[in-house]
Design a protein around this ligand. Structure first.
Ligand code: FES
Length: 189
């Protein structure tokens, strides 16, 4: 190798070694790969959150809403109610989260001794069979195990509790039935 070439080689070697030495990596400097990873990760997370939040809200929102149902259901003309209980069937529209239904209900409706209209559930308080009003015995009777109840729904035999009672209101000549609750009518009798 002649002197000229030797010089050129030395110059190149110095340049290469100079490049390696003059740019030492700083400890906290972010590499291109890290930058791309963070950027892509952040963008993906942002897009995923944008999709997930409405989906979760869509799924959960109905569950947080209060169960709703018609407060009062028009059942029968007031004039048709007598001292002797009669069975009336009615439907209640209910919304429970995503689930909408219109279950059928039944009430035995009659007048008490003071002439006030009241409505009883036909569900026996023993094991849930359907009770029937027996005019000749002047009481409700359950065909399953022989429970008996008074006109006001008070238990006489087998069952330990009186028949449940619906709220009732009279409006414009019609009987409206509301929510079901523990019997109050039997305490009046
Ligand atoms: S369910 Fe009515 S008596 Fe048993």
């Amino acid at each position: 190798m002649d002197d000229k070439n030797q010089d050129h080689f030395s110059e190149q070697t110095n340049q290469e070694s100079g490049e390696q030495n003059t740019a030492p990596k700083r400890k906290n400097e972010m590499s291109r790969r890290q930058f791309l990873t963070y950027t892509l990760g952040g963008t993906t997370g942002f897009l995923a959150a944008g999709l997930l939040v409405p989906m979760v809200r869509f799924a959960v929102d109905p569950m947080l809403k209060k169960k709703t149902g018609a407060d009062w259901v028009k059942v029968v003309e007031e004039s048709k109610i007598t001292d002797s209980p009669q069975s009336f069937k009615f439907q209640v529209h209910q919304v429970d989260g995503w689930y909408e239904s219109t279950p059928k209900h039944e009430a035995w409706i009659s007048k008490d001794k003071a002439g006030n209209i009241f409505a009883l559930s036909p569900t026996c308080k023993h094991l849930g069979c359907r009770v029937e009003w027996k005019e000749e015995a002047h009481e409700y009777q359950c065909p399953c195990h022989g429970a008996r109840y008074t006109l006001e729904g008070k238990q006489l035999k087998v069952a330990n509790f009186p028949l449940d009672e619906f709220d009732v209101k009279i409006e414009n000549g019609f009987v409206y039935v509301g929510t079901l609750h523990a019997n109050k009518e039997s305490k009046k009798a």
